[in-house]
Design a binder for this molecule. Structure first.
Ligand code: ZN
Length: 111
């Protein structure tokens, strides 16, 4: 059976060049809603390599697939909503969580 993971929130950050926003981590919730799991994009890509699937769910219950793609800007692999499913739901509409607490982020010099 292929594991299918529902993404419920995302974490983004800006990366060079051109300060584009990328998703660098996500959280998934299993169907029993017992526990959430945090994944970095690297572990998501590794899971996709094992044929695991990821999706986000619209308020009406429809599922939008998540795909990997190679970014034209930084030539790294990122994840996004499958372009064929953009009308169903967009990953970036999910809650943004995690990252640095605001107070810490404000006092952390930019690298
Ligand atoms: Zn990029």
């Amino acid at each position: 059976m292929t594991a299918t993971n529902r993404i419920i929130s995302i974490e983004t950050h800006k990366v060079r060049p051109a300060s584009h926003d990328v998703i660098f981590a996500v959280s998934t919730r299993d169907e029993a809603a017992i526990k959430d799991q945090r994944w970095t994009v690297r572990t998501v890509l590794q899971a996709m390599g094992r044929a695991e699937r990821f999706y986000s769910e619209a308020p009406n219950g429809r599922r939008a697939r998540v795909q990997r793609y190679t970014c034209a800007g930084c030539h790294q692999e990122h994840i996004r909503t499958h372009i064929s499913d953009a009308a169903i739901h967009d990953l970036t509409n999910l809650p943004h969580t995690g990252g640095l607490p605001a107070a810490l982020a404000a006092s952390t010099p930019l690298a």
